[in-house]
Design a protein around this ligand. Structure first.
Ligand code: PRP
Length: 183
C-alpha cells in the first residue's frame, strides 16, 4: 500500500477525542444522550468518542447520499466535487428522537450541505437538545452557514483519508488521518 503523509497522527486524534468526550460528559451531566453517526465515515469516530463519554448513552446511525454527478475518483481528488445540494436519506435512525439529547456525529464538515439537511430533519423530530460533533472541519469549503458544537480539528482543504474517511472506499481503516496528494 502506498505510504501517505500523515496530517493528524493517531496519538493526536486520541488526545483530542478524549477532550471532546470530556466536554460532552460535562455539558450533559446527569442526562442521557443518543449518538447518531452518519454512515459510513463517522463509524470509527463514534465508537472512540462514545466509549469515553461517561453518560448513559445509546447509538443510532443515519445514511445519506448526495445528488449530483459524482466524478471519477481521480477527478474528485483533483478538484473535489460539488453536489447539487440535494441530499437524500438512505437509512433513517431507528430510535425516536423526541425529547432526547441528540448528538449527531460526523467525520468531516465540508460544504455543510449534509449537516444542514440532517439538522433540519432531526430538529423536526423535536429533540430536547441537538448538538453536532465533527472530528474534522474544513471551514474554507463551506457553502451553508453551519457549525459544529464540538470540533476536533480545523484543517485546510486537503483530500484526507483514514480514521473512517475514504478515497473511493479505500483507506477507511488507516489509524492516522493522511493526505492523498492531488498530483
Ligand atoms: C462525507 C462526510 C460527510 C459529508 C460532508 O460523506 O462523511 O457526511 O461528506 O460533506 P459536506 O459537508 O460537503 O456535505 P461521504 O458522502 O463521502 O460518505 P461516507 O461517509 O460514506 O464516506
Amino acid at each position: 500500500m502506498t505510504e501517505l503523509k500523515i496530517l493528524i497522527s493517531r496519538e493526536q486524534i486520541a488526545t483530542r477525542v478524549t477532550a471532546m468526550a470530556a466536554d460532552i460528559t460535562r455539558d450533559f451531566a446527569g442526562e442521557q444522550v443518543i449518538f447518531v453517526g452518519v454512515l459510513k465515515g463517522a463509524a470509527i469516530f463514534l465508537s472512540d468518542l462514545a466509549r469515553q463519554v461517561k453518560l448513559e448513552a445509546t447509538f443510532d446511525f443515519i445514511g445519506v447520499s448526495s445528488y449530483g454527478n459524482r466524478p471519477s475518483p481521480a477527478q474528485e481528488l483533483k478538484s473535489g466535487w460539488d453536489s447539487t445540494g440535494e441530499v437524500r436519506l438512505t437509512k433513517d435512525a431507528d430510535q425516536s428522537m423526541q425529547g432526547k439529547n441528540v448528538i449527531l456525529v460526523e467525520d468531516i464538515l465540508d460544504t455543510g450541505l449534509t449537516l444542514t439537511y440532517l439538522k433540519k430533519l432531526i430538529l423536526a423530530r423535536q429533540p430536547k437538545t441537538f448538538r453536532i460533533a465533527a472530528l474534522l472541519d474544513k471551514p474554507s469549503r463551506r457553502k451553508q452557514p453551519i457549525q459544529a458544537d464540538y470540533v476536533g480539528f480545523s484543517i485546510p482543504d486537503e483530500f484526507v483519508v483514514g480514521y473512517g474517511l475514504d478515497y473511493a472506499e479505500r483507506y477507511r481503516n488507516l489509524p492516522d488521518i493522511c493526505v492523498v496528494p492531488r498530483e
